[in-house]
Design a protein. Structure first.
Length: 481
């Protein structure tokens, strides 16, 4: 079976992927009608089936995907880490394989909007890419798309997005799709970031056909990670007063954005906001007419945040700008790091051998183990917000506990951060901002690229010190002596 998405990216043919939102609000029959229409446009190489837009469950994506394929449209299936543990995700991949569905869009996913129980986030998107890659090594030809948001306007938010993309690429991502945004400098920045590092991973730029209702919503930062600037909102409002309600103006903006993406060396466009085949065909035709003028159009596509962060054009050493102010609270990670260097335990040293003997002795005595577990938590909870996951990776994350992230991510922030604030608890900073700031102060930004595996959840409420020295825990590979 051919895979037009894989082939277009391999041959460098500029291509289009159109988002099919399989939300509960859209009738499945209508979606499939749209799929049939899109299948007739040769430049459209896939329909991206999302059933989890904005944190609410929709139709079964595999059923919609299989039905779309039967109508001639190759599906690209969104697989999120929300409310599925690693076994559930592995099962979804097996089901995809059984249906000969190759294209998977690996995402962390939005935090669910409703529910009595906190949702399960067993894996993060980097770990999910690894899981898919393991299956691929076993002979299943998955093609993996991942998300990245260049539209972040503080340094930590922005650079960490790029670092996380590097981790996804190292884990096996084949193509990266940007988040929604209307800022050509950011589109260019992302391509340049990868080029500067010799990463030729193809990029699909998100081209959202923006109507007034969605613009109003995105102006408030909803859905998470999508943001419309006040200037763009004003432009969309003005356009919507036209006789056609602003329809022509929004299609024109979409076509211009496509032309800019082509000029910047993107591999294709990921179109959202419409799956109307006639509109998509118009955008494609118009973008071709505009292609030569892309530099002027790029200069006009400037709806970023006023005074927002952009990576300097010079080859960066990852971070940029002034180092964050050294604060007293940052002393602890530095002291712990110094201790780690003075008395190394991550390789075969006398300190490690001695401590291993001590912890093995404690481990054989249940009362002593229970006492140690209580002691460890009593120290680490007030200092780091420790939640006794039993697989401590504080030393890899600048002494910020990943369990304090509402999505329990271990490899960097999700795409939902808003000016450094958390997607789930907006009055709190995203925990990864502190990780970045501390790493920058400590000149340790490269350490952020280390892959952190998922925790072994069977070790919950046990002593991570014992687990570490007895080699039971899950931690970055380089840490194994
Ligand atoms: S702490 Fe950061 S990564 Fe975690 S859910 Fe909030 S915004 Fe996302």
């Amino acid at each position: 079976m051919t895979n037009p998405l894989r082939e277009a990216l391999a041959t460098g043919q500029f291509c289009y992927v159109v988002e099919l939102v399989a939300s509960a609000l859209t009738r499945e029959a209508r979606l499939l009608e749209a799929a049939s229409g899109l299948a007739r446009i040769s430049a459209v190489v896939a329909g991206s089936v999302t059933s989890y837009a904005g944190g609410a469950m929709g139709h079964d994506p595999l059923r919609v995907a299989a039905a779309a394929r039967a109508r001639g449209l190759t599906p690209n299936i969104h697989l999120t880490c929300v409310s599925q543990d690693r076994l559930g995700l592995a099962k979804s991949l097996d089901d995809m394989h059984a249906l000969s569905l190759e294209n998977v869009f690996a995402l962390t996913g939005d935090y669910p909007g409703a529910g009595d129980q906190p949702p399960v986030f067993d894996l993060d998107s980097v770990q999910l890419v690894r899981l898919i890659d393991e299956r691929r090594r076993g002979g299943i030809p998955f093609h993996v798309a991942v998300a990245v948001s260049p539209f972040k306007y503080t340094e930590a938010d922005c650079v960490y997005q790029y670092v996380k993309l590097e981790k996804k690429i190292a884990a096996g991502a084949d193509v990266a799709v940007t988040q929604v945004g209307w800022d050509a400098r950011k589109f260019a920045e992302l391509r340049r970031y990868l080029d500067d590092r010799g990463l030729r991973t193809p990029l699909l730029g998100n081209v959202y056909v923006l109507g007034p209702k969605t613009a109003e919503r995105m102006a408030t930062g909803r859905p998470p990670g999508c943001w419309v600037s006040p200037e763009l909102l004003a432009a969309v409002r003005a356009e919507s007063r036209a006789q056609d309600g602003g329809r022509q103006a929004r299609l024109e903006r979409a076509a211009r954005t496509v032309a800019v993406l082509r000029g910047l060396g993107y591999a294709g466009a990921y179109i959202g906001g419409t799956h109307d085949a006639a509109q998509i065909a118009w955008i494609i035709r118009r973008a071709e007419e505009l292609a030569e003028n892309w530099e002027n159009l790029a200069a006009e596509l400037g709806y970023g945040a006023a005074g927002g962060f952009y990576l300097p054009v010079r080859k960066p050493s990852m971070g940029a700008g002034a180092a964050p102010e050294q604060r007293g609270a940052e002393l602890l990670p530095r002291v712990l790091e110094w201790l780690g260097r003075a008395f190394p335990v991550n390789r075969d040293t006398w300190t490690r051998r001695a401590l291993t003997r001590v912890f093995a002795w404690i481990d054989r005595r249940r009362p002593a183990t229970a006492l140690l577990e209580r002691l460890e938590l009593a120290i680490k909870k007030p200092l780091f917000g420790c939640q006794a996951c039993g697989n401590c990776v504080l030393g890899h994350l600048e002494y910020v506990c990943p369990q304090t992230c509402p999505k329990q991510l271990r490899n960097g922030p999700c795409g939902g951060t808003d000016q450094g604030r958390c997607e789930v608890i907006p009055d709190k900073p995203c925990i990864w901002i502190a990780v970045y700031d501390r790493a920058k102060v400590g000149n340790a930004l490269d350490g952020l690229k280390v892959y952190v595996p998922p925790p072994d959840r069977r070790l919950r409420d046990t002593s991570s010190w014992i687990n570490y020295f007895l080699d039971r825990d899950s931690r970055p590979a380089a840490e194994r002596p």
